[in-house]
Design a protein around this ligand. Sequence first.
Ligand code: MSP
Length: 523
Amino acid sequence: MKKNFYITTPIYYPSGRYHIGTAYTEILTDSLKRYHKMHGEDTFMLTGTDEHGQKIQDKAKEEGLSPKEYVDLQAQKAKELWKLMKIDYDKYIRTTDEYHEKTVQWIFERFLKQGDIYLGEYEGWYCKPCESYWTESQLVDGKCPDCNRAVKLMKEEAYFFNMKKYTDKLLDYYEKHPDFIKPDYRKTEMINNFIKPGLEDLCVTRTSFDWGIKVLSNPKHVVYVWLDALTNYITALGYGQEDTSLFEKYWPANIHIVGKDIARFHLIYWPIFLMALDLPLPEHIYVHNFIMMKDGKMSKSKGNTIYPEQLIERYGLDATKYYLLREMPNNQDEIFTPEDFVSRYNSDLCNDLGNLLNRTISMINKYFDGIIPNYKGIVNQVDKDLEESVKVSVSNNKEFIDKFEFSNAIQSIWNLVSRTNKYIDEVEPWVLSKDNKIEELSSAMNHLASSLKVIAILIRPFMLETSNKILKQLGLNNNVSFEDLNNIYSFDNNKVIEKGEPIFLRLDTETEIEYIKELMNNH
Ligand code: MSP
């Protein structure tokens, strides 16, 4: 039976246009889903929008729309962007969907009955843009620790979730499941910054606005965004509803992908909610870092924002995804610069990968009339070295993905690209041809085509179009999976195309750096 694989993105606030940072979460999730699908797993990817809360209500008002009209429009725009980015999600949840709202109401009443939720009064420093209350000690220079904006002291009747009750159970869970949180240092952060100092009970309702899910037993309260938002991962599968088949099939999730700013909610509150519902916890939660600009966070007012569709329009989807996934390190933020973008494009994509394909296609045409020669075994030492490199790249790629080190996983593919380029220089096919060493020459062409086949398979989860182009130029079928990596050297008299088109056109560095800078300033 196929292994199930359930993966989720956060649900995004539909409060504006999504920049490349937001798109990063989606790209990473989509790539991982495709990777597992190509391994023959039965995959399910969830994404969506987090549509309640004061900020959304305010935004709608600014635009002269009702909250519902506003979120309908924004959700539509989000779906259009994901379509442009060819995101292969299986379900799109909106927290305003009726099934979600009803299930949240039911969960709330259940928590109330169980004594997990109680009525109290909340006083704290409230950051409106983040919709977060902070304690005095959490503020940084008297400002919101997340966004550095002004906070206001506020008080209101509110329901609380008794987090303290679950603290020990959570710590115990962390200890018994060392791979639950990835990377590991995020767990240490949670323990040291939030759990050890004493977990605060979480305020789960508001009375100060009404764009939210009403509490059934006390409708002047609306469920505050995090209880509403986090439960999307199970309501989307039918939990607490009539048809629970998806839930039974896919829960617990294999992985939630989240950015570091929402780590606390996913690593502490979400597991606790699940414990209170007596449900199993997801296998992994992966926390990624942020895409920053040289002068800090992306923001419209600073004029340093880049939107994914701008890069895609000019440089293509694959190049955009390649850059973002390749550049994001595991242990710190990535700084986007036009210089790096253009340099990655020209050196990694155009020079290294593009030229490798081009040289290979033209040599197979020149020496063998376009037919990829059959495997002759290892003819000389360089063939052996290359075969070894192929094995190492394939296994490193898998190991890094299993360890959630995505940038390193891509690096391992490009190690093979470089190694294969070096192979050409080492075997010097033009000399073999001149000396009429046909056996060695045909082995070289077979090895080059094989390496490119491997590369096309390994990049496929995140560079589908490029993978298709490579396979097509090699005269191969694009119906490939990771299983084909077990049989890379055999070809069936495949004929490469007569004249290979470059898959990435060289960019003029100066012009493109200026172009991207212009994009950043032009909003
Ligand atoms: N609605 C909540 C999530 C609820 S999930 C149950 C939310 N939405 S968000 O729209 O603000 O953010 C969505 C995702 O985008 C988060 O994972 C966030 O970390 C990510 N990013 C926002 N800016 C980012 C960067 N600059 N870089 C990388 N990811 C960033 O939070």
